[in-house]
Structure formats: C-alpha cells, structure tokens
Ligand binder design. Structure first.
Ligand code: MN
Length: 239
C-alpha cells in the first residue's frame, strides 16, 4: 500500500491547493494520504471532499510546532477529531504565536532595509499567516537573494538577522493536545533538527515518556544509513 503521511498545502507553506494535492497523490498511486499543514486543520474539509471523489483514503493530520527545551521541533498529529474544542483552541493559540512571529520577522527585515516584507509574505501566503517559507519567497521575488535556500542562509535561519526564535509550547503539552482530541502523535523528521546522535536518542526517549506514539522514519532527502539507524531506535523505544 502506498501512503504519504506528511504533506502541505497552500493552507500553510505548500504550493498546491488541497484538491490539487489530493489529485496529484491519487495519480501517483497513493492510497492513504494525510494532509499535515503547519498548525492548522483548515485545509482538511477540502482535502476530504477531494479524497472522496478520487477514491483514496484521507487521514486527518496536522504538523504542530513545539519546543523541546530550546530546540524547535515538529510533532505530527493523526486521526484526531477535527471538531475537538481542545484542539481547535490549541491551534488558535498557535495561530496567534505565528502572527506575532511573522510581525517580528517583518520588523527585523525592515531593519535590514527590506521594506514591506510582512505585507509581501502575507500576499504570498494567500492572505493567511505567513511562515518563514513565505518570507523566503518574498526575498527571492524582491531579488534580495538569488534563491530560496539563500534566503534562509542569509536572513531567516537561526542566528541570522531576520530570525525570530518562536516560543512554542513544550513537547509534552503538544502530545497531550493531540491525545485530547483522540489522535496519535508522531515526532516529525528527527534528522532535520541538527542534533547529535546522543541528543536525538534523548529526544526519542523523552518523546516516548511524554506518551508520544510514533516517529517519522523516512523523510525526503534522508539517506539509507540514517533511515536504518532511526528505524532501529524507534523499535528500541517502542515507537
Ligand atoms: Mn516539519
């Protein structure tokens, strides 16, 4: 069975509408798809409708930003009750945090002589709250940087002039919010956090102690060695 349990649409930093995304996945032979937009489930109704007409399964999903100590991490939620008041209110808080961060990124870029970044990034986000990817696209559009990767390298990555450390809820709080809505929590792309192997082990251990359910083993760009190492660690921790 072909599955894809980690995708984004224009409701966060993806480039396709949920309908186009579902159709593309169906055409690629995906039988079970999860739409996991950043901190929002607003794209799910549209995805659900498209999945029904394409005849593929759609698992409700979301990718929630969290902190583990000072490290920023992402936690995927699956199969939750979309109307859960606890989840809806939790995601409302996340949206507020995103709005505050977007404003501060705009202010920081203005101090670098780049005006109109918040407005431009918001436009690129289709009027929704822009994330760093939208600011990166704006910087490329304004020819401040030659490409997306360099927008991060020069301005938006940790420690650069346009970087704003986001204050996300801590890992256990995020796992609890997903569980409260009846969902399962999975640690997203552990290799993206630039942690040492020892710290990664520690993260998985703490994720498990916080009642986390799973870990994402295969991510685009990972090599086989990393995938195997992570798979063994997941088994070891019962994830
Ligand atoms: Mn992610």
């Amino acid at each position: 069975m072909k599955v894809d349990l980690h995708t984004h649409s224009v409701f966060s930093d993806g480039t396709l509408t949920p309908t186009d995304l579902v159709q593309l996945a169906a055409a690629a032979g995906v039988e079970l798809l999860a739409l996991t937009d950043h901190d929002t489930i607003d794209g799910l109704p549209e995805a659900q409708t498209a999945a029904r007409s394409c005849g593929i399964g759609l698992l409700p999903g979301v990718e929630i930003s969290a902190n583990w100590g000072q490290h920023g991490i992402h936690i995927l939620g699956y199969g939750f009750e979309c109307a859960s008041p606890a989840l809806v209110s939790f995601l409302g808080q996340q949206r507020l945090r995103r709005e505050i961060r977007a404003e501060r990124i705009g202010e920081r870029l203005a101090r670098c002589g780049i005006d109109g970044a918040l407005v431009g990034a918001t436009q690129l986000a289709g009027g929704r709250v822009p994330g760093r990817a939208h600011f990166a696209r704006y910087l490329v559009q304004q020819e401040r940087v030659p490409d997306f990767a360099r927008a991060f390298k020069r301005y938006l990555a940790k420690g650069r002039r346009g970087y704003v450390a986001a204050e996300w809820p801590q890992l256990p709080e995020v796992v609890a919010a997903i569980h409260q809505a009846g969902g399962l929590a999975s640690l997203a792309h552990p290799h993206h956090y630039k942690l040492s192997k020892a710290l990664l082990r520690h993260l998985l251990l703490q994720f498990k102690s916080a009642q986390g359910d799973g870990v994402e083993i295969v991510t685009a760009g990972d090599d086989e060695g990393r995938i195997e190492w992570l798979a063994e660690l997941a088994v070891e921790h019962g994830l």
